[in-house]
Ligand binder design. Structure first.
Ligand SMILES: [Zn+2]
Length: 188
């Protein structure tokens, strides 16, 4: 009677041990592949925004190497049955194509076009900086579609959150804005 029970407990311990042993690589895989990425579509050679099914990839690590698949693409649903060859670009360098890293690299070292404060590395808890077009209209970078960002970087200037808020207020309530004489500084 004790034999089958002990065998059952032993199997449970082994299964649980294997699960624990693979849990850390699974979490690392999830962390590595989550988030939106920009890749070059092998079909059109245009920049597209894709998301890897990070949860699925992490689950496959529990019993082997991670299996990557897309869970979203800016060309879907029209091209939902594509071969997902762009995954090779992500496997080769997952960090380099992450939208967050691309945006952070673009801002870092530049200065706000309005107050000239220098940008550091983006932080997730900070207010997101913005981009300013030729008409001085500012937009948070997160409000652009990810696949548009590369083009937007070529035509817009970086603006900090504080100046974005001031500019947004100035555009919405021009009657409340007082322009001081000294320089181009605007006080609201
Ligand atoms: Zn500023």
């Amino acid at each position: 009677m004790m034999g089958p029970i002990l065998l059952g407990i032993a199997i449970l311990v082994v299964v649980f041990g294997v699960f624990l042993f693979r849990a850390i690589p699974a979490m690392q895989t999830y962390s590595l592949y989550r988030g939106t990425r920009l890749v070059k579509c092998p079909e059109t050679h245009q920049t597209v925004a894709v998301g890897v099914a990070a949860g699925k990839a992490a689950a496959t690590v529990l019993w082997g190497n991670p299996t990557l698949g897309l869970e979203q693409c800016s060309r879907w649903p029209e091209r939902q049955n594509c071969g997902q060859e762009c995954l090779q670009q992500i496997e080769t360098d997952p960090d380099n194509c992450l939208v967050w890293n691309i945006v952070s690299r673009w801002y870092e070292g530049q200065s706000c076009a309005l107050c000239h404060r220098r940008f550091g590395r983006l932080k997730h808890l900070d207010h997101p900086p913005a981009l300013m077009d030729a008409d001085r209209k500012t937009t948070e970078w997160k409000d652009f579609r990810p696949e548009e960002l590369t083009g937007v970087f070529a035509t817009h200037q970086p603006v900090c959150w504080d100046c974005h808020v001031t500019e947004t207020f100035r555009r919405a309530h021009p009657e409340l804005v007082v322009y001081r004489d000294r320089g181009a500084h605007t006080r609201v």
